[in-house]
Ligand binder design. Sequence first.
Ligand SMILES: NC(=O)c1ccc[n+]([C@@H]2O[C@H](COP(=O)([O-])OP(=O)(O)OC[C@H]3O[C@@H](n4cnc5c(N)ncnc54)[C@H](OP(=O)(O)O)[C@@H]3O)[C@@H](O)[C@H]2O)c1
Length: 232
Amino acid sequence: MRHVFITGANRGIGLALTRHLLEQGEHVIATARRPEQARSLHELQARFPNQLVILPLDVTDEEQIQVVARSLEAITSHIDWLINNAGVLYEGESIRTLPASNLLHSFQVNAIGPMMVVKHLLPMLERSSSPLICQMTSMMGSITLAAGDRHYSYRGSKAALNMLSRVLSFELKPLGIPVILMHPGWVRTDMGGPAAPLSPEESAAGIVRVLRHVTLEDSGRFLTWEGRELPW
Ligand SMILES: NC(=O)c1ccc[n+]([C@@H]2O[C@H](COP(=O)([O-])OP(=O)(O)OC[C@H]3O[C@@H](n4cnc5c(N)ncnc54)[C@H](OP(=O)(O)O)[C@@H]3O)[C@@H](O)[C@H]2O)c1
């Protein structure tokens, strides 16, 4: 049984990952900004009472990350997989009207938050015999693949996450902790919208399949939910 820590687990891909991992017998620490409103997570807890712990976590709040990291000591001896899934996307941006607050908030949630979660959970990951960090990025963070749309905040913050995580992969490799940049596909969630071709369940199953085969040699790679490599 693996111990898996997931951010933004109350809806979308994070919720589907939580459900899929529970069904596969893993132990999940699912975090959400407002756990009291996370109805789907509470339904899962009723189904898997011994496998699911729900904790409050806003990834932009470093103090809260520290509180969560401390409270993990009473829950588990270690974390095997850290899945930094929480993310935000602002629609309809143009340089003529772009609010600095969109950029700042996107960088806080999509790039800085995941790094702070790694920072405070690292001791827990170091105690695992098969640790792994999965940073949920997007192919929209690829500079090579950038298209003509105007998602400045999202694309910029995911490109930053890619670079930060690539650097992280070099620091953590000697500790035996692989870091993977994961593009989950275009998925029918609140963020992906109803036209997306993939269900959250299909994406989650693919992501877990890929993660199960990751070795230290894969650290720092930018992969899709099907295991294909993406250009930076
Ligand atoms: N859907 C796609 O097609 C697609 C494609 C490429 C990459 N991705 C990436 O996959 C990840 C999940 O996306 P999704 O489609 O599942 O998005 P989603 O349905 O919009 O869900 C986003 C999740 O992130 C949480 N979140 C937002 N800000 C947070 C914060 N400050 N602290 C903690 N949690 C926060 C949300 O919590 P609240 O409910 O509290 O807001 C929610 O649980 C994201 O990183 C996204 O960029 C998605």
